[in-house]
Design a binder for this molecule. Structure first.
Ligand code: SIN
Length: 284
């Protein structure tokens, strides 16, 4: 990798983008996100985001408010009201405990592939993670392109998936699915198995291993077989970029056409990232 694919001072955009993997990810070089960005720069970042699906910005120093302001360039910021951060749009992803209490969510270990909040009617459009404290090894975040996974299906498979919906649920403890989903308890929502991106018009697979329960109206055996095929495609290393974090990294992902997962890391070491979500709309 490493080829600079777009945006240089020479063509009027004050940053360059270096491709991070064949199908997904671009590193934006030359922007300081703690500063206000001009509207034409914001527009160029958005174009790069739509093209690369995941953008990395290294060596940033961001306050909570800076990160929320950056999120607002893409849409309405959303965090988690339960968090005790001064800025209610900021959520901590962390295994750090203060007085025996976790200060964030998604604390420990591996996290299976998922797109955020697809058990809700309007899943996030995207999210921004900022690395504050990291373990000495592991805790990498893998991002996969659901466009690339969809494009790899045969014409017959694409035809078979057209019009199907899946039930997606919040049904996980310690970041791995329990397999004991109870519709009277956690939030759940039916979405198309294949969604169309509202800005690019491209199709991507919209079921994931952590949250998708079954395909509506299909016998369990057939549903399981289709889901297994789609999950395997979405998790195929060829369509994936694995991000090894450095403190100061900012990663912005498009939740409409990507999935992400986390690798294991030592429970004895601190990991703290700040997340700001961006409000989404109803998938179709
Ligand atoms: C997430 O799924 O939002 C968390 C990813 C991570 O901790 O790397």
């Amino acid at each position: 990798m490493g080829d600079v694919v777009s945006g240089t001072e020479a063509n009027g955009v004050p940053f360059a983008v270096r491709r991070l993997s064949p199908h997904i990810g671009g590193e934006v070089i030359g922007l300081d996100l703690s500063r206000e960005l001009a509207p034409e720069v914001v527009a160029a970042v958005r174009l790069a985001w739509l093209q690369h699906q995941v953008l990395l910005f290294r060596d940033q120093t961001l306050t909570d408010d800076d990160q929320v302001r950056f999120a607002r360039m893409f849409g309405e910021p959303v965090g988690s009201r339960s968090m005790k951060q001064a800025n209610p749009n900021v959520m901590l992803i962390s295994n750090v405990r203060e007085n025996g209490q976790l200060i964030g969510v998604l604390p420990d270990g591996e996290l299976q592939f998922h797109a955020d909040s697809i058990y809700l009617e309007k899943p996030l459009m995207g999210a921004i993670l900022y690395a504050v404290e990291l373990p000495s090894t592991g805790g990498n975040t893998k991002f996969s392109s659901t466009y690339a996974a969809y494009d790899a299906l045969s014409r017959d498979e694409k035809r078979r998936l057209s019009g199907l919906t899946a039930l997606n649920a919040f049904d996980y403890e310690t970041q791995v699915r329990t397999g004991r989903f109870d519709p009277s308890k956690g939030p759940h929502y039916k979405h198309p198995v294949v969604r169309t991106h509202p800005e690019t018009g491209r199709k991507g697979i919209f079921v994931n291993r952590l949250m998708s329960q079954h395909i509506v109206g299909l016998p369990a055996k057939e549903s399981d077989a289709i889901l297994a095929r789609l999950w395997d495609l979405c998790e195929c290393p060829e369509f994936t970029y694995e991000h090894v974090w450095r403190v100061g990294d900012v990663v912005l992902w498009d939740n409409r056409c990507t999935q992400h997962a986390r690798t294991d890391f030592p429970a004895s070491e601190r990991r703290l990232l700040r997340r700001v979500g961006i409000e989404g709309d109803k998938p179709y």
